[in-house]
Unconditional design. Sequence first.
Length: 502
Amino acid sequence: MKAEAILLNYISTRGGAEKLSSAEAILQGLSGNGGLFVPEEIPTVSEAFIEALVPLTYEQRAVRVLKEFLTDYGEDEIEGCVTRAYGGEKFDSERRAPTRLLQDCSVLELWHGPTSAFKDMALQLLPQLMSTALKKTGEKDTILILVATSGDTGKAALAGFQDVPQTKIMVFYPEGGVSKIQQLQMVTQEGGNVNVTAVRGNFDDAQTGVKKIFGDKAFAKELAAAETKLSSANSINWGRLVPQIVYYFSAYADLLAAERVKMGDAVNFCVPTGNFGDILAGWYAKQMGLPVGRLVCASNKNNVLTDFLTTGTYDRNRDFFKTITPSMDILISSNLERLLYHMSGSADAVAGWMRELAETGRYTIPQDLLAKIQQTFAAGWADDAATKGAIAEAFEGSHYIMDTHTAVAWRVADDYLDRTGDERPMVVVSTASPYKFSGSVLEALGAATEGKDAFALLDELQDISGTAAPKGLSSLRTKDVRHKGVCEKKDMKNFVAAFAKQ
């Protein structure tokens, strides 16, 4: 007889008795006590499991990895979700997330999806997982997806959830805090179930506002009366984070296939991150058994994560900088809570730190916990000048054009290797197409940008690179602006209520 599969439960980082299946956790998004859902146990895999990924397509690799976490989904359900997410012509690379050799390191390109950002790797799949979960759980209410975005998540979520039955999606972005291309991607979004609203403030204001709405029990009752429930497409949702684990396994399989590493050789990853989700996915992969050496956290001038990983004190009470890497202009990194839970093993401690952060803007973890974290994580940061220098360096050395966020990781990886002499292979995680930030990239390459609009800059970068801009970006020049809403941060809930009633 075939052994019955063991179901993996999901629990809150802040404790409580809540235990959900993966489908229930994905639909709910955030725990009732404000914590984030994490697997009660992290599954582990063998070297044979990893080696078996080498000849497979990205979709096939995804099914193998996702099965380890989504134990209440049938394999046929996961295969269907993955095929709908990554199949067809949505991605402009057959390999979906190709790993390229560049100078002395590899670059994992995660931006070949429909919105030209790494968020597509997760947000093409999340709506499929959520639609399947609605059927599995028998949920009848409309699921209203709330998103706060620093640039890329918003468009990727809008594209993923456009006209998905039984869902609505509302995206908040900081007014003036995203690139022109990023803004156009969002405000031109089509679909009968979508809304895009600018918030007067920065990303942290938008993210805090969304979290407050999730924690408002009276508002939840008001929505329930209208047969609506809230959920999230930000990386606070486990269904958004779990697909990101896949591409770390896929990158390692690519390195094995190219004979750049032998099975068991540890590989370092340098990840540009603001909300800590992308790099945390790499940590989960390591815990599963993927041979990961160091995870190098790359920040911009808003270097709250660098300071935390160096000192053990998280302090958001600092100046906020608008940089040429807007997707990393973040001072509250939500996914760090998950790491603290796993590393400390104490939901009470995590709840205390998060309470301190909300009340005082800072907290400090014990030195022994910091030392444990530092065994895996290193950190560094690069300002705008260093970022532009990295773009110029990569172009001069390899005729390779990278976006600003990737360039931060490139510079931080270089600094890490110089500082440590670590000889393990390094993979720089590339999170966006350079065409999303054409102006900053052109400035880094010494081109004049003053007086040119976003599309003139895009055309000029095409000429310099010799490659065509993604169709999803070049087509924006003829699209109509459909979303013009702007609100104060204190009024976000009212805007959500109005959209829910439409």
